[in-house]
Design a protein around this ligand. Structure first.
Ligand SMILES: *[C@@H]1O[C@H](CO)[C@@H](O)[C@H](O)[C@H]1NC(C)=O
Ligand SMILES: *[C@@H]1O[C@H](CO)[C@@H](O)[C@H](O)[C@H]1NC(C)=O
Length: 336
């Protein structure tokens, strides 16, 4: 079923890459079949919505893997304008900003960039794909700004319910290792909360008090504090689809079920639909689910090991012209 197991050469290459490079996106290529062109003719008479991509920790908007994702989007829906979200125009600083910075300020900057962009700001809506932390940051964009509005948001291996640990660094990646040392040292100090990106979505269900008091980002966008922001819930509920992919064999993000908003406390896992966050609809997920727009998906492999087949399927189903939007059947396979 998937390329990782059937192509030993690629698997070896992938292991080699993950042992020597940053934990960035890796795409397994497969042969294309002639299917696509036939498909195209039906919905080709309208311009596809622009797509924005937000990359993950340790990655840059110029990285080859992310640029390839852009190509796959364009192949799935020719004519798509693709924008690569960046916090700085230089690759080094953009990568650095995945580790260090105040996420509230980072999202505010992205809001300004998108709202001022000549193409994005004039589109009726945009689609969005977020990899790893880029996924929850795009959700932050939807909740806090959403100008231009997002139609479909697809996230891969994101940390929507926070992390307990992030095993992301290679032995020689000092930027990454420095960040992780900080994460485990002084997570809740305002020094760390205002500067270390992963600390701003750190969440330990065994110590929710500290989290609720000090979390600079996640506790806010998940509306977990006493005072809820209704705009957040309204904006999420206004999405057409929120598509949540987790990686089956993810050992980098602890716990991986965070990608489905599950609450993992020791041996106890509470699926989203059994949580208060959902039942009291703090952020609009229940409303979205009731109209069939909340999708739980898995994809084989370790964190960020994506096949171009998975990506192409997602892009064909959820991106494209405004009117020919995606399926709306409720997805119940994932949970409960
Ligand atoms: C809720 O969020 C919106 C969007 O970020 C913001 O403009 C508004 O001030 C917030 N409301 C409250 C009560 O904090
Ligand atoms: C992060 O930035 C926002 C906006 O400037 C600010 O209100 C907040 O206090 C900062 N967070 C921390 C922990 O300093």
């Amino acid at each position: 079923m998937h390329s990782l197991r059937t192509l030993p050469l690629l698997a070896t290459l992938t292991q080699f890459l993950s042992a020597t490079a940053e934990p960035t996106i890796q795409i397994q290529h497969q042969q294309h079949h002639g299917r696509r062109s036939a498909h195209l003719a039906e919905d080709n008479d309208d311009t596809p919505l622009p797509v924005v991509i937000w990359h993950g920790l340790g990655d840059t908007y110029t990285a080859e893997g992310i640029q390839q994702v852009g190509q796959l989007i364009e192949e799935a829906n020719p004519g798509t304008f693709v924008y690569f979200i960046r916090l700085d125009n230089t690759a080094t600083n953009d990568r650095r900003a995945t580790f260090y910075g105040n996420v509230t300020e980072q999202i505010a900057k992205v809001c300004e960039d998108l709202a001022a962009h000549p193409i994005l700001s004039t589109a009726p809506a945009i689609d969005a794909v977020g990899f790893s932390q880029g996924g929850q940051f795009l959700r932050g964009y939807v909740e806090r700004c959403n100008t231009p509005p997002v139609r479909n948001l697809v996230t891969f291996g994101s940390q929507h319910n926070g992390i307990l640990d992030y095993r992301a660094c290679t032995t020689t990646d000092w930027l990454c290792r420095g960040a992780m040392a900080l994460l485990h040292g002084n997570t809740w100090t305002s020094f760390v909360q205002s500067r270390l990106v992963p600390a701003q979505y750190f969440r330990d269900p065994a110590d929710l008090d500290s989290y609720l008091e000090y979390s600079n980002f996640l506790a806010d966008i998940n509306n977990e504090r006493a005072v809820k922001n209704e705009t957040y819930a309204r904006n999420v509920a206004a999405l057409e689809n929120l598509v949540l992919y987790i990686f089956e064999d993810d050992t980098t993000v602890i716990p991986k079920e965070t990608g489905w908003f599950e609450d993992v406390d020791g041996d106890e896992t509470t699926p989203l639909r059994a949580r208060k966050l959902y039942k009291e609809d703090w952020i609009g997920l229940r409303a979205l689910d009731r109209k069939g727009g909340l999708k739980f998906k898995t994809t084989p492999g370790e964190h960020m090991q994506l096949s171009d087949k998975t990506l192409a399927e997602a892009f064909k189903e959820f991106f494209g012209p405004y009117k020919t939007s995606s399926s709306r059947e409720p997805d119940v396979a994932g949970e409960l």
